[in-house]
Design a protein around this ligand. Structure first.
Ligand code: BG6
Length: 479
């Protein structure tokens, strides 16, 4: 018997801000990403006040999908993708975010993309917001600190739900909504919620107010979506970096249990429709005054998600009594007591390579929530070399993907997890989120562009392209 369902959604994952480019084309407004410079491993990206002439903003051009989408989607079709997970840039539809009427040219652009995908039988899977808040909403309203922004988000969601209701079935609300729990790296609060912190503010209290507003926005979008088309399947999207205890010392176990709340706070609310006890207790103990409006309980209860989409790249470890510098641990989720896992190798960017952690994650999420799961990001960011014959032998990437797919199949076939699909991150090379680099490549298709924005943008299929094509054809039987 085949291990995976015949309708398993094999695909690829992307985000508008990282690959579309065309940042000022088609009436698009500036987004929070359009003022982020390029950084590198160990050097954070800068968020500038406005666009400065002497700085390089890699998301402005992305890989120019905006102008080359036909060529790229034809390649996705050739690879055999059954779905493409991408996002709708909020700023193409509402350039400033607070307009009353949408930008028709932006809506038309996504009509073209969706139609082109459907031409190749590729199911669109759309994220409403993948770090793409209009800059105007961040600067003038304070992003999701401000409850008004919830209304603007819901207007945006309603607009695109209505427009694409007969063409798109799978949606998710906010990309990696929980990654902003890591307040040690300011880009997360900025990109997720359009929020910057004042020096005298308690980041945690701000975060939970922002989180509440965003959870309300997500729940309202789910309810609206289901009203517009009851056949929509709407999920949330979280980043899952499991936190292991360093040892069987009960203190390490408890440390990990508590730290994992950072991962689960958002999905606990989005799936169950109410706040978990550990969060309410923490608000009470810390004296946090999180502003609720009348009716919020109902909104959360009525807007629960139907599946959980998540990204998985790595795992991390915490040790009780260990104090490490946050800077050392930015990659590990900024935990002040995270330590390296002695059993696991890391990528060039310090990301721990742990396929078993994916099977573990699938079990943990399924056992906690009993909802279908969808792996919408997983992949290996590394540099690529052309061989003399013009091909790219990216065996390391193939090995990474193979081991993670194997682990996912085990979770389905041996552990009984309900898994909807698997979409490797950055199916074509795109701009890295955390560093803004091009050389941290995830793609199965190479794009000729470097960290400084030079290159012809030519697309070249890597060996992984052919390998993945066969994985899809055999529904994961041949890895
Ligand atoms: C996730 C994001 O955090 O990880 C993506 O949803 C991102 O936007 C991906 O690109 C990989 O991170 P990076 O920094 O290697 O691009």
């Amino acid at each position: 018997m085949a291990k995976l369902d015949k309708n398993f959604l094999w695909g690829g994952a992307l985000a508008a801000n990282q690959f579309e480019g065309g940042y000022n084309q088609g009436g698009k407004g500036l987004s929070v990403h359009d003022v982020m410079t390029a950084g590198e491993h160990g050097k954070a990206r800068e968020i500038t006040e406005t666009i400065e002439d002497d700085k390089f903003y890699p998301n402005h051009d992305g890989i120019d999908f905006y102008n080359r989408y036909k060529e790229d989607i034809a390649l996705f079709g050739e690879m055999g993708l059954k779905c493409l997970r991408t996002s709708i840039a909020w700023t193409r539809i509402f350039p400033n975010g607070d307009e009353t009427e949408p930008n028709e040219e932006g809506l038309q652009f996504y009509d073209n993309i969706i139609d082109e995908l459907l031409k190749y039988n590729i199911e669109p899977v759309l994220t409403l917001s993948h770090f793409e808040m209009p800059l105007h909403l961040a600067r003038e309203y304070g992003g999701f600190r401000n409850r008004k922004v919830v209304d603007y988000f819901v207007r945006f969601a309603e607009t695109v739900f209505n427009r694409y209701k007969d063409k798109v079935k799978y949606w998710m609300t906010f990309n990696e909504i929980n990654n902003q729990m890591d307040t040690s790296n300011p880009i997360f609060l900025w990109t997720n919620s359009g929020v910057t912190l004042a020096e005298d503010e308690d980041p945690e209290e701000v975060l939970y107010q922002v989180a509440h507003n965003e959870l309300i926005a997500s729940a309202l979008a789910v309810s609206k979506g289901k009203e517009i088309n009851p056949d929509f399947i709407i999920g949330n999207m979280i980043s899952h970096v499991p936190i292991y205890p360093y040892s069987c010392n009960p203190n390490d176990i408890m440390e990990a249990e508590i730290a994992n709340r950072l991962r689960f706070f958002f999905p606990d609310v989005q799936v169950r429709g109410y706040y978990p006890g550990y969060a309410l207790k923490m608000f009470e103990k810390n004296g946090y005054d999180i502003k609720w409006q009348e009716g919020d309980d109902e909104i959360l209860k009525n807007g629960t998600v139907e599946y959980i989409a998540f990204s998985y790249y790595m795992s991390t470890v915490v040790k009780h009594d260990e104090v490490t510098s946050v800077e050392d641990n930015v990659v590990n989720g900024g935990l002040p007591n995270s330590v390296k896992n002695p059993y696991i190798k890391e990528s060039q960017w310090g990301w721990a390579i742990d396929p078993v952690g994916l099977r573990y994650t699938l079990n943990v999420l399924y056992n906690r929530y009993q909802l279908p799961l969808f792996i919408v990001e997983n992949g290996f960011g590394t540099t690529d070399e052309f061989k003399e014959d013009g091909t790219i032998d990216d065996q390391e990437r193939i090995d990474y993907l193979r081991e993670h797919i194997k682990a996912s199949i085990q979770a389905v076939d041996e552990d009984g997890v309900d898994l909807m699909g698997y979409t490797p991150w950055g199916i074509i090379d795109i701009v890295s989120f955390t560093t803004g680099e091009m050389k941290k490549r995830y793609g199965l298709i190479h794009v000729d562009r470097d960290n400084e924005g030079n290159g012809t943008l030519k697309r070249t299929k890597k060996n992984s392209f052919y390998w993945f094509n066969n994985v899809i054809k055999t529904n994961g039987e041949e890895l």
